[in-house]
Design a protein around this ligand. Structure first.
Ligand code: TPP
Ligand code: MG
Length: 682
C-alpha cells in the first residue's frame, strides 16, 4: 500500500511512530515501543486538543504538555518536529527556525544534541519540564495546575481572562507506581484542580515484565478515592474515544481528570510480536523495515516526514493555536490598558524579573546577646519579601507553625479559593518540592518548607530544581542536633553535606538574625539557582554589626567577621549557623589570651566558590594553615577549607535525645573546644 492510500491522520500518526523508531534505531539505544503505541494519544492531544501556537512556544497561556514517562522522549521530539514548533532562546526571543530539525532527530542521544536521552527543559524548546525520573513530571504538573489557578484568581478580570490553560500529562505504569505521583495526585484531588489531565498508558508492562509482577491495584478506584474523575479508553488507537474523553475532561469542573488508555507496547512488526526486546531496546534494522511495511510505510526511507503530515499539523494545531494566541494578544492589550499595574507585574513574571523595591522591607535586627532562632528571623524576612513580591507564594509540609513560613495577612490556597498565597502541601514533602518546580516553571517565585532532616524525602525534586536552574526557595528549619529533645530521628547530621553535593544548589546556613535576613535577599535575587536555607529552632545571639563585619558579606558565601589586630591572624576559626556565635566566643577568648585569631563566617560554600581566587585567598590566606572549623554536621566538604592539618569540630555519628544544650556539650561542640583546638593548631 502506498502512503497516498492512507488517510492523512493515519499518515500523521505513522510519521510519529516511524520517526521514533528511526531515532531509537540510529542511536541504537532508547525505548521505541512506548512512542509507537502512544503516537495516536499524543497525536490527539497535540493536533486536536491543545491550544498551543507552534510559532509562539513561550506564550504564557499555552496549554502545557508533559511527557512524564521521559524514557519515551522520542515521542516528544517527534511531536515537536512535526508540529513545527519554533526555537526560542533563553532570553525569550523566538527564532524563525524549527526547535528540532530532522537532523536533530537523527542525533537522538548524541553528545551535545538537542535530543538527549530524556527531555531536558531549557535545552529543547517545547520541553516544558525535565523528565526521566518517573513520577516527577506528574508531580510538576500539579504545581503548574496550582500556578495556573492562582494566576487566574489574581489576574483574570471579567471579559479579560488571561489564564485558562490546561495541563496535559502522558504517564506510564512507572509514574503511577511512584509515591511522588500519588502524593501529588492526592493534593491535586484535594485542591480540585480541574485544569489537570493525566493520560495513563495502561500497557501492563514495565521493564521486568508484566505488571502482574508488582502492580495489581485498581488504579481507577484509587484515583476516584483521591477525588479525580476517571475515564477509560479501551484502545489507544481509538481517536474517537480519546476525543470524547478529552471533551469530558474539558467540561469537568469538579477536579482533576485521569484518562486510562489501554495500549499494547510496540514490539515491531505484528508477526514478530513478543519476539524482540522492544521494551527497553531498539528494534533492529530488519524489524524496523518489517514494521514500516506493516504500517504501509516506505520501508527503505528513514526519518521520512511527508509534507502531508506537516501540513496537517499546521492546519490543525497550528491554526487553532495561532488563533487562540492572537485573540489572547488582543485581550492582553485591552487588559494592559485597563489594568496597567497588574500587566506590569505579569510582564515581570514572564521576564523573570523582580519588582522595584522588592527588598525594601527586609528586616534589620539590633544586636542582642540572647537573640532569636533563625527560623524566626527568617520568617520575618520571608514576610518582608512577600510584602513587595506579590507572586511569591509557598508553604510547608504541615509544619508552618514550626518553620515560620506563613505569609501574614494572606489567605490559604484551598479547594474553594485559589487566590491565597499560603499553600498547605500536607505531609507530602516530595510532591511539595516537585510542585514548587512546576510553579517556578510558570515564572512564579515559590518557596517550600519542612524540617531539614526531611529534605531527604524531597531530594529528587530538589535535584531537579538545580538541574533545571529553577529559583525555588527551600526553607529548612530544625537544622541540627540543636533540635534537642526530638532526638536522632529528627537531628540532621549528613544533610548539609548531602545538600552541598547537589551541583547548582546554593546551600545557606546563616549564623544570626541578620545573616538570615540577608540569606533571603540572596535567595530572591538568585534567578537561576535554587537556594536551600538551613535555619535553627534554638535561639542564637544577634551579633553586633558595629563591632563585627557588615552582614552583606553573606553574599560572598564566606567573609571575615572578626579579625586579629593588623589583619594578620595566626589561626582561622570558621563556622556556620548556630556555631558562628561559638566561634565568636572562642575568638574573644583567644584574643584575651593574646592569640591572633580570625573568625570567618561561612554561610555558603557555593557562593564562596563563586568568588575569584584573590577574594577567597584574602579570606583564607593560604599561608595560615592553623585552622579550625565548627559545624554541627559531618566533616565532609570542610576539608577544602581546612587543608590537610586543620581541625574539625562537629558530628561523626547520629545525634542524641535530650535538651540541646546537653547534646551540644556531650558532643564537644563548644567554644572551649574551639579554643583548645585553635591552641593545638598553633
Ligand atoms: C524513578 C525511576 N526509577 C526507575 C527508572 C528506570 N526506568 C525507566 S522506564 C522504567 C519502567 C518502564 O515501565 P513503564 O513506566 O510502565 O513504561 P513503559 O515501558 O510501559 O513505557 C523504569 C523502571 C526511572 N526512569 N525512574
Ligand atoms: Mg508500562
Amino acid at each position: 500500500m502506498s502512503t497516498s492510500a492512507l488517510d492523512t491522520v493515519t499518515t500523521a500518526i505513522n510519521t510519529i511512530r516511524t520517526l521514533s523508531m528511526d531515532g531509537v534505531q540510529a542511536a541504537n539505544s532508547g525505548h521505541p515501543g512506548t512512542p509507537m503505541a502512544l503516537a495516536p494519544v499524543a497525536y490527539q492531544i497535540w493536533a486536536q486538543e491543545m491550544d498551543y501556537d507552534p510559532g509562539a512556544p513561550l506564550w504564557p497561556n499555552r496549554d502545557r504538555y508533559i511527557l512524564s514517562c521521559g524514557h519515551a522522549s522520542m515521542l516528544l521530539y517527534s511531536m515537536i518536529h512535526v508540529s513545527g514548533i519554533k526555537k526560542a532562546k533563553a532570553c525569550g526571543k523566538v527564532l524563525d527556525e524549527p526547535a528540532l530539525t530532522v537532523d536533530d532527530l537523527k542525533n537522538f542521544r548524541q553528545y551535545g544534541s538537542l535530543t538527549p536521552g530524556h527531555p531536558e527543559h531549557g535545552h529543547t524548546t517545547g520541553v516544558e519540564t525535565t523528565t526521566g525520573p518517573l513520577g516527577q513530571g506528574c508531580a510538576n504538573s500539579v504545581g503548574m495546575a496550582i500556578g495556573q489557578n492562582w494566576l487566574a484568581a489574581r489576574y483574570n478580570k471579567p471579559g479579560k481572562e488571561l489564564f485558562d490553560f490546561d495541563v496535559y500529562v502522558q504517564c506510564s505504569d512507572g509514574d503511577l507506581m511512584e509515591g511522588v505521583a500519588c502524593e501529588a495526585a492526592s493534593l491535586a484531588g484535594h485542591l480540585k484542580l480541574s485544569n489537570l489531565c493525566w493520560v495513563y498508558d495502561d500497557n501492563h508492562i514495565t521493564i521486568e515484565g508484566d505488571t502482574d509482577l508488582a502492580f495489581s491495584e485498581d488504579v481507577a478506584t484509587r484515583f476516584e478515592g483521591l477525588g479525580w474523575t476517571v475515564y477509560r479508553v479501551d484502545d489507544a488507537n481509538d481517536l474517537k474515544a480519546l476525543g470524547q474523553a478529552f471533551s469530558k475532561f474539558k467540561a469537568n469542573q469538579a477536579g482533576p481528570t485521569l484518562i486510562i488508555v489501554r495500549s499494547v507496547i510496540g514490539y515491531g512488526a505484528p508477526h514478530a510480536a513478543g519476539t524482540s526486546g522492544a521494551h527497553g531496546s531498539p528494534l533492529g534494522d530488519e524489524e524496523v523495515k518489517l514494521t514500516k511495511e506493516a504500517y504501509g510505510w516506505p520501508a527503505d526511507k528513514k526519518f521520512y516526514v511527508p509534507d502531508e503530515t506537516l501540513e496537517h499539523f499546521a492546519s490543525t494545531m497550528g491554526e487553532r493555536g495561532a488563533a487562540a494566541r492572537t485573540s489572547w494578544d488582543k485581550t492582553y492589550e485591552a487588559y494592559s490598558a485597563a489594568h496597567p499595574e497588574l500587566a506590569a507585574e505579569l510582564d515581570k513574571i514572564w521576564a523573570g524579573e523582580l519588582p522595584a523595591g522588592w527588598d525594601k522591607d527586609l528586616p534589620v535586627f539590633p544586636a542582642d546577646p540572647k537573640g532569636t532562632a533563625t527560623r524566626g528571623s527568617g520568617g520575618k524576612a520571608l514576610n518582608g519579601v512577600a510584602k513587595n513580591l506579590p507572586w511569591m507564594l509557598g508553604g510547608s509540609a504541615d509544619l508552618a507553625p514550626s518553620t515560620k513560613t506563613l505569609i501574614d495577612g494572606e489567605g490559604s490556597f484551598g479547594p474553594t479559593s485559589h487566590a491565597g498565597r499560603n499553600l498547605h502541601f500536607g505531609i507530602r514533602e516530595h510532591a511539595m518540592a516537585a510542585a514548587g518546580n512546576g510553579m517556578a516553571l510558570l515564572g512564579l517565585r515559590p518557596y517550600v518548607s519542612t524540617f531539614f532532616v526531611f529534605s531527604d524525602y524531597l531530594r529528587p525534586a530538589m535535584r531537579l530544581s538545580a538541574l533545571m536552574k529553577l529559583p525555588v526557595t527551600y526553607v529548612f528549619t530544625h537544622d541540627s542536633i540543636g533540635v534537642g529533645e526530638d532526638g536522632p530521628t529528627h537531628q540532621p547530621v549528613e544533610q548539609l553535606a548531602a545538600a552541598r553535593a547537589i551541583p547548582g544548589l546554593v546551600v545557606m546556613r546563616p549564623g544570626d538574625a541578620n545573616e538570615a535576613s540577608r540569606t533571603w535577599h540572596v535567595a530572591i535575587a538568585e534567578q537561576h539557582r535554587p537556594v536551600a536555607m538551613v535555619l535553627t529552632r534554638q535561639n542564637m545571639p544577634t551579633l553586633c554589626r558595629d563591632k563585627y563585619a557588615a552582614v552583606e558579606g553573606v553574599d560572598k558565601g564566606a567573609y571575615v567577621l572578626a579579625d586579629a589586630e593588623g589583619g594578620n591572624p595566626d589561626v582561622i576559626l570558621m563556622a556556620s549557623g548556630s556555631e558562628l556565635s561559638l566561634a565568636v566566643e572562642a575568638y574573644e577568648q583567644l584574643t584575651a589570651d593574646g592569640v591572633k585569631a580570625r573568625v570567618v563566617s561561612v554561610p555558603s560554600f557555593e557562593l564562596f566558590e563563586d568568588q575569584d581566587a584573590s577574594y577567597r585567598e584574602s579570606v583564607l590566606p593560604p599561608a595560615v594553615t592553623a585552622r579550625v572549623a565548627c559545624e554541627a554536621g559531618v566533616r565532609q566538604g570542610w576539608d577544602a577549607y581546612l587543608g590537610l592539618t586543620g581541625a574539625f569540630i562537629g558530628m561523626d555519628s547520629f545525634g542524641d535525645s535530650g535538651p540541646f544544650e546537653d547534646v551540644y556539650k556531650a558532643r564537644g561542640i563548644t567554644a572551649e573546644a574551639m579554643v583548645a583546638a585553635a591552641k593545638a593548631q598553633l
